[in-house]
Structures are given as C-alpha cells and as structure tokens.
Ligand binder design. Structure first.
Ligand code: NAD
Ligand code: IPM
Ligand code: MN
Length: 354
C-alpha cells in the first residue's frame, strides 16, 4: 500500500502529521513517501507541481494531501499559484469524482450554527465533478479589449462539459445512492446555462439505468437555501465542479465545522487522492490550532475506497467518534463544558482511542 503524502502549505503539515501518526498506529504495512506541492513547491522549485511529485503521485496507490495556498503566493503569476498544483494532480490523474460526505456526529449538534433539531442525524453525500466545468474550460484569460469605445481589461472563463464527463459522474452518484437511501438530487442552473441544461438532460437519461433511485432536480440557488433550511431532505447530491465547491463548504458548517469534512477524489480505477475539504487556513497556521479530524477522516476514506480496508476505516471513524464523546475539541468546534485541545493533542486523543 503505497501512499504519496503531500502536506502542502499553511496548516497542511500540522494536520498531515496527525493523520500519518494515526495510519502508523494501525496494524497495516504502508509505504509512505512525502513530496512537495503547492506554495512550498513554488518556493523550492518555481513549480507548484514539480515533475518528481507528479511521478510519485502516479506511482502511488493513493495520495493523501493536506492543503495548499496562502496569501504569500496570491500575487504570483497564475502558473506559479499553489492551487494549480492541486488542480494539476486532479486533472493528470483523472480524479473526476469528488465525494464529500457531510455527517453530523451527535456530539457536535451544538457546534453547528444551525439549530440542533435541523441538523441532528444529518448524513448527506455531495458528489462533485472535479476535472471539468469552468475550472478547466478553455478559452480563459484576462486581456485588453475595446469596450464602449475604450480599452478595458476583460476577464473571461468558459463553463463547459462534454457529455461523457456528465455521464460518468452521474453514474458514480447513482451508484452511491444505491448503497445509501436511493435518493439523488441533481443540482444545476438549467434555467440560465446551456451547459447545465445538458447536465439535466443527461441526468434523466442515466436515471433509466437506475430505476430504483429516485432522481430529483434542483436549481443551485434553491439548493444553497434548502441546505440550511432543511438539509435532511437530501441523501446524495450531485453537481458540477464550481457549484460543488461552494455547496460542500456550505454543507460543512452543518457538521459543526469545515475542520470535520473529509473528501475522496477518485478516478475510474478507484485510485484516489484524499484530502480535507478545507484550505490551508493561513489565519491559524503554525499555531497548533487546526482541527486535524477532517484529514484523519480522509485517511479513513482512503482505507475504504482505495485499499478495501473497511475494518481499519471504521476503526479510525470509531476513534474519532470516541474522542468527540470524551469532549475533546479544537477551537473551531469548542463549546463551554468541553476540553479545548490543540492539533497535536487531538491527534494524541485519537491515537489513545484507537
Ligand atoms: P480555508 O478553508 O483555508 O479557511 C476558511 C476558514 O476556516 C478560516 O477561518 C480557517 O481558519 C478555518 N479552517 C479551515 N480549516 C480548518 C481546520 N482544519 N481547523 C480549524 N479551522 C479551519 O479557506 P480560505 O481562507 O478561503 O483559503 C485559504 C487558502 O487555502 C487559499 O489560498 C485557498 O486557495 C486555499 N484552499 C486550498 C484548498 C485545498 O488545498 N484543498 C481548499 C480550499 C482553499
Ligand atoms: C477545494 C478547494 C480547491 C477547489 C481550490 C484550492 C483549487 O477550494 O478543494 O474545495 O476550488 O477545488
Ligand atoms: Mn473549496
């Protein structure tokens, strides 16, 4: 079981250290190799995705990533931005299926900013397309153009999906729904955007292969509202890259904190990159404040999806549940009456619970 470990920037190395400790505490043989991606790779090599990192990622069975980015690199030219490292791995390895499960651990019902009764028992899965859409569409750019008789800067991107890209992500979502509550909500903006009209048409076509799954459609603006009005109406949601990015951050708050939301990004062979849904949190980086649980839970997803080690995955998930029940809380999920701990202490608690 070869794992390419990419800690990245900001809180990335701090949360990754805890996930690696947890993996090493299992009775499993991993080969882990670390490499640079993101801002740290830009600093060392000028390239957010050095060739050596890409090779290691290709050679590994799975990739575990912390987070990339930070204000230090925000003014760099676009080809030297940390985020390009992450997007490059997703694209190069064809990791088109991003699974982001938003589950509320009962102990965190009060950590959510929503009323406990709205989120109690929440268990939804967001399936986000990850290698297409406006993120990768060409043409794109910023240039000077003649507008209203004067030269102005114009910025543009292309929102584009080919039929095969929509079909394959919908199949992943239908298959996930088959293993869960058999309800799938496809989110689009077909009232305005042609590319998402195609999305809806194909969703209806693919649904014929899954007659047991109840397919519904929702416009993205309404979906954003419904997620906070009544999130438990959803079982599986499927959507494009851009809408999925936004809706999954929104869904993370239903679970108490974005520091709790893991993710898996899979290709057609279930090779995957596993990473928390959150970013490098520059505001708390280097202070031992970050919540490592999303990364630890991402490692559990890795054991489940790439390595078929369901028992080990559940062992980690039970340990996380236990530390929450014991009252351990990083600042993002802290409430009076619980034990406030730092990143490393949270890792200690998970190890003890294992
Ligand atoms: P962010 O997710 O990094 O942070 C948003 C807020 O959530 C911050 O207040 C942060 O402190 C908090 N937060 C995030 N993770 C946390 C954790 N584990 N524990 C406790 N609090 C946590 O989003 P942002 O501020 O918009 O972006 C910062 C940088 O991260 C940007 O450069 C962005 O491009 C990058 N980013 C990277 C990834 C990734 O690598 N997968 C994802 C999102 C954003
Ligand atoms: C995420 C992040 C990335 C995205 C950025 C850092 C490129 O926000 O993984 O959700 O937009 O996909
Ligand atoms: Mn995001």
């Amino acid at each position: 079981m070869k794992i390419c470990v990419l800690p990245g920037d900001g809180i990335g190395p701090e949360i990754m250290a805890q996930a690696v400790r947890v993996l090493n505490a299992l009775d499993l043989q991993f080969e882990m190799e670390e490499a640079l991606v993101g801002g740290c790779a830009v600093d060392a090599t000028g390239n957010p995705l050095p060739e050596a990192t890409l090779q290691l990622a290709r050679a590994a069975d799975a990739i575990l990533l912390g987070a990339v980015g930070g204000p230090k690199w925000d003014s760099h030219p676009r080809n030297q931005r940390p985020e390009l490292g992450l997007l490059g791995i997703r694209k190069e390895l064809a990791l088109f299926a991003n699974l982001r499960p938003a589950i509320l651990y009962p102990e965190l019902a009060n950590a959510s900013t929503l009323k406990p009764e709205i989120v109690a028992g929440l268990d939804i899965l967001i399936v986000r397309e990850l290698t297409g859409d406006i993120y990768f569409g060409q043409p794109r750019g910023i240039e000077l153009r003649e507008v209203n008789g004067e030269s102005q800067r114009v910025g543009w991107n292309t929102m584009i999906y080919a039929e095969y890209e929509i079909r394959r992500i919908l199949r992943v979502a239908f298959e996930a729904a088959m293993k869960r509550g058999k309800r799938l909500c496809s989110v689009d903006k077909m009232n305005v955007l042609e590319t998402t009209q195609l999305w809806r048409d194909i969703a209806i076509e693919v649904s014929k292969e899954f007659p047991e799954v109840e397919l519904t459609h929702m416009l993205v603006d309404n979906a954003a509202m419904q997620l906070v009005r009544n999130p438990k109406q959803f079982d599986v949601m499927v959507t494009g890259n851009m809408f999925g990015d936004i809706l999954s951050d929104e869904a993370s708050m239903l679970t108490g904190s974005i520091g709790m939301l893991p993710s898996a990004s899979l290709n057609a062979d279930n090779k995957g990159m596993y990473e928390p849904s959150h970013g490098s949190a520059p505001d708390i980086a280097g202070k031992d404040l970050a919540n490592p649980l999303a990364t630890i839970l991402s490692a559990a997803m890795m054991l489940r999806y790439t390595f078929n080690q369901e028992a080990a995955a559940q062992r980690i998930e039970r340990a996380v549940k236990k530390v929450l029940a014991q009252g351990y809380r990083t600042g993002d999920i802290y409430e009076p009456g619980t034990k406030r701990v730092g990143t490393r202490e949270m890792g200690d608690a998970v190890l003890a619970a294992l």
